[in-house]
Ligand binder design. Structure first.
Ligand SMILES: [Zn+2]
Ligand SMILES: [Zn+2]
Length: 355
């Protein structure tokens, strides 16, 4: 097999390389690369990235597979750069440190989430709403991610990880957990909480919400007994099909599945004054619905991205709870199989790639 030439469009190439021994520059790694949206990922040999100023390099131990990766790969998110490495639930150990980094040390285990950088100067950044930054960088979308043996990350956007979790079980905390947490935060007072789509995010936040005293109702694809049993095993009071009414009106619902028709269904399931939160980055079109199901001070809103404060809060919580993350591991080279299993609902819990 001939080794493909390193791609010239890798995002990191724009940065001037620091002086390094030639042997290090020439070292290569395997990365699963998205050449064009809509295609399968391709295992490619590329140079090991070199950390620039304010960056650390990680030797990757595990990388979770998130539904957002499917939206990147399918081209449902706009302007996906050619040759990107997906993956934004990265667990790794620091093996090289760029100039100007403080507070991190070689060998330290850290996680890299979806939010890879922010501008720091826009009105949102200045207002502690960096999740809405006007000029953000997103790991595994606009910045190379974790479907690889190594990656570099902005040192100010990585998190030390709680020791109670091994590498594979820590990976889903970094997006499924974090986005679940941000989605749950505005409705954490809900006594009766509905979760639509019981995958990686719901299985984590269900455990947190139950521990905080909520009664959780899990809604799955009609007929998905496996997911319904999984939800009951994790402590859900009720699990059923998304088109069924819950046994009790909900105070709030979080929709994790990227399915627009769930929005009117969830609005019908919440009581007066209740809230429906859309947690995904992409959703199919929401069908027209009668105003009556929004009337009576029901709220419909979305949740976008995360802030670093969310990460710190959630990982501190995860260290205390502790959350049982259910994972299925795949070798890095089988990333396309993991993505296909996620796409077709063949997973209970979260898929994690192990380089
Ligand atoms: Zn900004
Ligand atoms: Zn994600």
């Amino acid at each position: 097999m001939t080794r493909p030439a390193p791609t010239s469009d890798a995002k990191d190439d724009a940065r001037p390389l620091p002086a390094e021994p030639l042997s290090l520059i020439m070292d290569t790694m395997t990365a699963m690369i998205l050449e064009t949206p809509g295609q399968a990922l391709r295992a490619t040999s590329v140079p090991i990235p070199i950390p620039g100023p304010n960056q650390v390099r990680l030797r990757i131990a595990a990388c979770g597979v998130c539904r957002t990766d499917l939206h990147v790969i399918d081209g449902e998110l706009k302007d996906v750069p050619p040759g990107i490495v997906p993956g934004h639930e990265i667990v790794g150990r620091i093996d090289a440190i760029g100039e100007g980094v403080s507070g991190l040390r070689p060998g330290q285990r850290v996680g890299v989430p979806w939010l890879g950088s922010t501008c720091g100067i826009c009105s949102y950044c200045r207002d502690e709403r960096e999740n809405l930054c006007d000029d953000p960088g997103f790991t595994g979308y606009t910045i190379n991610g974790g479907y690889a043996e190594y990656t570099v990350a902005n040192a100010r956007y990585v998190f030390p990880l709680p020791e109670a979790y091994d590498d594979a079980h820590a990976a889903p905390l970094l997006c499924a957990g974090l986005i679940g947490y941000r989605s749950w935060s505005p409705v954490r007072e809900a006594k009766h909480l509905g979760l639509y789509g019981f995958g990686a995010a719901a299985h984590i936040i269900a455990q947190v919400a139950i521990r905080e005293g909520s009664v959780v109702y899990a809604f799955t694809r009609p007929g998905d007994q496996q997911a319904q049993n999984f939800a009951r095993d994790l402590g859900a009071a009720w699990a059923g099909a998304s088109d069924e009414p819950p046994p009790s009106p909900l105070d709030a619902a979080i929709i994790f599945a990227p399915v627009g028709p769930l929005v009117p269904q969830a609005l019908k399931a919440v009581r007066k004054g209740g809230t429906v939160i859309c947690a995904g980055i992409h959703m199919s079109d929401i069908p027209a619905f009668p105003y009556e199901i929004l009337w009576q001070e029901r709220t419909l809103r979305s949740i976008a991205n995360l802030t670093r404060a969310d990460g710190e809060e959630f990982l501190a919580l995860a260290a205390r709870v502790p959350i049982e993350t259910h994972v299925k591991t795949y070798p890095l080279a089988e990333a396309n199989t993991a993505l296909s299993d996620l796409r077709h609902g063949r997973l209970t819990g979260a898929a994690v790639l192990i380089p």
